[in-house]
Write a protein that binds this ligand. Sequence first.
Ligand SMILES: [Zn+2]
Length: 323
Amino acid sequence: VSCVDVGIDVGGTKILAVRLEGLEVADTERATTPHDPARPAGEPTADSALVAIDALVARAGAIRADAVVGIGLPGMVARGGELVFSPNLPSASGADLTSSLRVRAPELRVVCENDADCAVLAEHHLGAARGEDDVIMVTLGTGIGGGIISEGRLLRGRSGFAGEIGHMVIDANGPRCPCGSRGCWERYASGAGLARLALEAAHAGRLPTIVARRHGDAYAVRGEDVTAAAEEGLEEAVALMDEFGWWLAVGLANLAAIFDTGVFVIGGGLGRPSTHVLPAVERHLRELVEGGERRGSIRVVPSELGERAGAIGAALVARERLR
Ligand SMILES: [Zn+2]
């Protein structure tokens, strides 16, 4: 048996594992992310990850020693593999899956990386950003994850923390963020950001139809109400999604000013509902970025690999760094 390339994406609620053959997904395993506050961070996750790894390895007719495993994690992943800080998944902060798995299965080779860093590698190799050397992946979930490829290389930074784009401060007096700061980009342009914009708009009387659907309770309005109504074409919802798109473009303009990005790939849980907003985001971006009309078009495109981007990219990281 040749080398078995496994990639695992650990999210707040679910774990997705894939086995990659060449650039094709050959097999998939799913699990629920376990949470047990009585045990050290990462230990329950290591147990679940190992079950998934063993299943994929066994179905490939291989043994653990044949496998290289990449694991994508949400938050600041140090070069040594430790998840040092995860504002949106506090129970995982401090997890060291590389060590936890080494204890359980010493013959396994394991590497951990930030989940959006994994996703950008996947979109770069086989997804929406093929052939592009300057790419930024923006994953919209509870927060905003980021992965940056500049001049063809994944930017990792001094400690491995590069690309935490959700915590760019865009309003120093803005709302509090779970990271401890104020006015981070993800307070505006993530799933949580959309929920906040929707609540504000509902209370300001700008979502009368949606509030009526919630029996007049403005506090009950959720982000999903707005994305669904926008897809129906309800004008007040379309207007709010445009506002959301403007906040998204504000962050992209900052990033483009620094990295001279050619394409932004939008993924994550909110990636699909916001797809119809992307043309407006491109337009806002052109207005906001320095020299917008002179610098050539910057594309803002949906992820092609969807929810599998992180796991596929994690397998690519394992292949690059462990083989
Ligand atoms: Zn923050």
